[in-house]
Design a binder for this molecule. Structure first.
Ligand code: AMP
Length: 281
C-alpha cells in the first residue's frame, strides 16, 4: 500500500492510473477506522481497479465548540487495517496541505443545507461538501462510497455531484451495526461502559418506530413520540431531535406516504451520535 501525503503526488498517481485505463474508487474517512468503514472499503474493492482510502480529520466541518481537537485518531492502526484490506493508496494529507494559507472557498447547499442538524451545526455541511469536492478533484475517482449512516451527507454529495457536474458515481452503503444494533461510529469510543449500555436506547427507538409503521401507523406524531419516549426513558441519553423526513428533500413530514426517513441525534456524555432508518409502509 502506498501512503500519499501531498496533493501533487496524488494528482500524479490519479493521472497515471487514468492513462492506464484503470477505474479509481475512493472511500473518504476521518480515520479511527471500525468495521463500518471496512465494509465500505471491501465494497470499494469490488467496484474498480484501484482503491484509495483517505484519512483526513477535516477541521472545517467541526464547529468552534465541537470535538476537532479530541476526535479519536490512530494513524498506525488505520494504516495496518487498510494494508490488511489490500487498499492501494492511503491518502493522508495534513491540514495545511488541504487548506493552504489564504484558502477561502466554500460550497453551500440552499435547501438541503438548512434541514436536520443545520441549526445546531451551521458550518458542518459546507465543510463536508467543500472537502469532498476537493477530494474528488485531487483523487479523481470514478466511484466514491459513502455510508447511509450519514444520510444527509450522502444526499448532499449526490446533489453536489449533480449540480456541479463531478463525473463521479456516488454509491451509498447500508448502515453497519454492532451486535446489539448500535450503529458503528468512531465517536462510540467516547462512551463509558454505562453510556455504551444506555446507547442501546437509540436502535431501540428506531425499532419502535419501524414496528409502529409495520402495524399501520403513518402519522408522524405518534411515531416521533414513541421514539422520543424510548430515548427519554434512558437518563444518560439526551435527545437533540427525532424527525420523520422526506427521503429526498429531508423536509419534515406529517404523514408517511410510501416511505420516509426517521432521523435522530442524541447526546450521551461527550458523544453526539446520529442514526436513522427508512420507514416503509
Ligand atoms: P467518518 O470517518 O465517520 O467520516 O465516516 C467515513 C465514511 O464511513 C462515511 O461515508 C460514513 O457515512 C461511513 N460510515 C461510518 N460509520 C458507518 C456505519 N456504521 N455504517 C455505514 N457507514 C458508515
Amino acid at each position: 500500500m502506498e501512503i500519499i501525503e501531498r496533493v501533487q503526488a496524488m494528482y500524479g498517481w490519479a493521472e497515471s492510473q487514468r492513462q492506464a485505463g484503470r477505474r479509481i474508487v475512493l472511500v473518504p474517512t476521518m480515520g479511527f477506522l471500525h468495521e463500518g468503514h471496512l465494509c465500505l472499503v471491501r465494497d470499494g474493492k469490488q467496484r474498480g481497479d484501484r482503491l484509495v482510502v483517505s484519512v483526513f480529520v477535516n477541521p472545517t466541518q467541526f464547529g468552534p465548540q465541537e470535538d476537532f481537537g479530541s476526535y479519536p485518531r490512530d494513524f498506525m492502526r488505520d494504516r495496518d487495517l487498510l494494508e490488511n484490506e489490500r487498499v492501494d493508496v492511503l491518502f493522508h494529507p495534513s491540514v495545511e496541505e488541504i487548506y493552504p494559507d489564504g484558502f477561502q472557498a466554500s460550497i453551500r447547499m440552499e435547501r438541503l443545507g438548512a434541514v436536520l442538524c443545520a441549526a445546531q451545526r451551521p458550518a458542518h455541511f459546507p465543510g463536508v461538501a467543500t472537502v469532498v469536492a476537493k477530494l474528488f478533484n485531487i483523487v479523481r475517482p470514478h466511484t466514491a462510497i459513502f455510508g447511509e449512516k450519514d444520510y444527509k451527507q450522502l444526499l448532499i454529495i449526490r446533489r453536489l455531484v449533480r449540480d456541479l457536474n463531478f463525473p463521479v458515481e456516488v454509491v451509498g452503503h447500508p448502515i453497519v451495526r454492532e451486535a446489539d444494533g448500535l450503529a458503528m461510529s468512531s465517536r462510540n469510543a467516547y462512551l463509558s461502559v454505562q453510556e455504551r449500555q444506555a446507547a442501546q436506547a437509540v436502535p431501540r427507538a428506531l425499532r419502535k418506530a419501524e414496528l409502529l409503521v409495520q402495524k399501520g401507523t403513518l402519522e408522524a406524531a405518534p411515531i416521533v413520540a414513541a421514539a422520543k419516549a424510548e430515548i427519554e426513558h434512558e437518563p444518560l441519553v439526551s435527545l437533540d431531535y427525532v424527525k420523520v423526513c422526506d427521503l429526498e428533500t429531508l423536509e419534515e413530514l406529517d404523514r408517511i406516504r410510501d416511505a420516509a426517513l426517521l432521523a435522530l441525534a442524541v447526546r450521551i456524555g461527550k458523544a453526539r451520535l446520529i442514526d436513522n432508518t427508512v420507514l416503509k409502509r
